[in-house]
Ligand binder design. Structure first.
Ligand code: 13P
Ligand code: SF4
Length: 354
């Protein structure tokens, strides 16, 4: 839907007034009405790097979700302020691992006698507390664009990986990209005593996967893939690695949001694509590439926005920018210093991956 021209004008004016003092980051899942004001767009890895590369900006306005804004705060200097235009923009997957649950898990691993062999690898989609836990225990953060390199690094440090909180990214990377078997993976359920696992299972496992998932990508099924292949002969199926294993196993290509965009840029005219990721991005790509004769459809028939990404809309962005332009710091995301120190360790290990 076209954006309200009055709001567009107000956003433009507030941004112009702030000038170099503000830098706006936009994740690929953001609405069109918001993404038009982003100074850079990217997947979560690119945005983390871009946030860290803007020391002159007093305000970083993060159009994305809470864990991304926290990571930006961790990676920027103390006098830079990170602003999330709507504080309710969380991530249901990140909420699936709390600090208490993860501490309890570590106790379980310790009692089973395996903690010393375990290196935690936490997906970017996690709270600053989980990142700090990861840093404290010698682990690294990863995103969907470097999960394999992060796991390779982790297996140089230890024999087992505790992968948090997305079981699918962990399993897909281990099995599809690194040749491990499904039997090498066990799932730790934080809602069951002992994670629902025996000490023997923990001793035998290479990958201990936290029982978390993305509710958006979890909607794609093997039926979605089979149906689209039947409907559109010759279609290329391209999905995000947060999809379930059977979906990823049946897909032709798998990668982060940035990878998906690059793959479509490189695709020949006349090619057909079914994309398994969030709908704002898929619609934008379908519109962008239609004039070049690339047919792009959504992998499933049911509509699939990320509701928390969608919380950031033009009215919230205008409010945040106008407040900053008037000297009112609103919706600041600030990680406390102790958490930040350990979380930064884990994030910097990721940024240093080859
Ligand atoms: P990307 O790093 O691929 O952009 O993924 C972020 C995300 O939240 C996917 O659900
Ligand atoms: Fe979180 Fe899924 Fe939304 Fe990404 S798409 S922000 S993982 S809920």
């Amino acid at each position: 839907s076209p954006s309200d021209p009055d709001l567009v004008e107000r956003a433009r004016a507030a941004k112009a007034k702030l000038g170099d003092k503000v830098f706006v980051l936009g994740h690929h899942y953001q609405r069109d009405e918001v993404i038009q004001f982003a100074d850079v767009t990217g997947d979560s890895f690119k945005l983390a790097r871009d946030a860290a590369a803007r020391p002159e900006a007093e305000y970083i306005v993060f159009c994305g979700v809470h864990f991304m804004a926290e990571s930006a705060d961790i990676l920027t200097s103390d006098d830079q302020k990170v602003v999330l235009p709507d504080l309710a923009a969380g991530c249901s997957m990140a909420d699936m691992a709390t600090a208490e649950q993860v501490a309890e898990c570590w106790d379980v691993l310790t009692e089973a006698g395996v903690a010393e062999q375990v290196v935690p690898v936490s997906y970017m989609n996690s709270s600053a507390d989980i990142k700090a836990f990861t840093g404290k225990h010698g682990g690294t953060i990863c995103t969907s664009s470097n999960a394999q390199r992060a796991l390779e690094w982790a297996f140089e440090q230890g024999e087992k990986v505790l992968f948090l909180p997305d079981q699918h990214l962990g399993r897909n990377t281990a099995v599809r990209d690194m040749g491990m078997s499904l039997e090498d993976c066990v799932v730790y359920n934080p809602h069951k005593p002992g994670g629902g696992l025996t000490a023997d299972q923990l001793r035998a496992a290479k990958m201990i996967l936290w029982r978390g998932h993305c509710s958006v990508h979890g909607r794609f099924s093997l039926d979605s893939v089979n149906d689209v292949r039947e409907r559109i002969p010759g279609v290329n199926v391209l999905v995000h690695p947060e999809c379930r294993h059977e979906v990823v196993a049946a897909a032709d290509y798998v990668g982060s949001t940035e990878y998906i965009i690059k793959a479509l840029e490189a695709a020949p005219a006349g090619s057909k694509w079914a994309i398994g990721t969030e709908l704002n991005l898929v619609r934008r790509l379908a519109n962008r590439f239609a004039p070049e004769g690339k047919e792009i459809v959504f992998l499933d028939k049911t509509v699939c926005f990320c509701s928390t990404m969608n919380r950031i809309d033009l009215p919230h962005l205008v409010w945040a920018l106008e407040s900053l332009a008037e000297g009112n710091l609103v919706n600041r995301i600030e990680v406390d210093q102790e958490t930040e120190a350990f979380a930064k360790l884990a994030l910097e290990r990721m940024l240093a991956l080859p």
